[in-house]
Design a protein around this ligand. Structure first.
Ligand SMILES: [Zn+2]
Ligand SMILES: [Zn+2]
Length: 187
């Protein structure tokens, strides 16, 4: 099983943008992580009134594009994302689901590429962490800390704290148990 990461931005992908995110995902979740190539773009995600893209619509669209051996699919975009109750989001994920999306639009202040790549790696691990069932963490250094603003992103590391790491191990075991058929095969 593999964590896939795909560029779903409007223009061409910035060079080497996804490499640190893929490396961090592989390291933190102890699972293969690699590129997926999605040529189309999510229709109906742009909200004319807000001039932003709906992360909800993108998540639903991504869910239909999971590669056959994919465990998780993370879409990375330069488009600015929103959910109805917030002015913007860095990303969104299906909690204990399979897909997540992150945006670099609000990570570019200042627009230094190395900084953007580092922030993207953190938000990628954060959102994919949600797909594994991890919730927000009280430790400000933990990658699962809530990040309403850039200062909080810069404060945290791209790693799970010991508590979240042990919770991740538990959740993974539970999901293997839950993945078994509920009843024996009878005929
Ligand atoms: Zn979160
Ligand atoms: Zn934590």
């Amino acid at each position: 099983m593999t964590i896939y990461v795909a560029w779903i931005g409007e223009g061409p992908e910035p060079p080497r943008l996804l490499d640190p995110a893929i490396a961090a995902l592989q390291r933190e979740f102890q699972m293969a992580a690699r590129r997926a190539w999605i040529d189309e773009r999510s229709p109906n995600a742009f909200d004319v009134r807000r001039q932003q893209h709906s992360s909800r619509v993108i998540l639903e669209w991504l869910a239909g594009r999971m590669p056959a051996d994919g465990a998780k699919l993370l879409g990375v975009t330069g488009m600015d994302l929103f959910i109805p109750v917030l002015t913007f989001v860095f990303g969104e994920a299906q909690l204990a689901g399979r897909v997540a999306v992150v945006s670099t639009a609000r990570l570019r202040e200042p627009p230094a590429d190395a900084l953007v790549r580092a922030r993207l790696a953190k938000e990628s691990v954060h959102e994919v962490g949600h797909t594994f069932g991890l919730v927000h963490c009280a430790s400000s250094a933990c990658v699962m800390a809530r990040s309403p603003a850039l200062a909080a992103v810069d404060l945290k590391q791209d790693r799970l704290c010991p508590d979240c790491r042990s919770r991740f191990r538990d959740l993974r075991e539970q999901s293997y148990v839950a993945a078994r058929p509920p009843y024996p095969d009878c005929r």
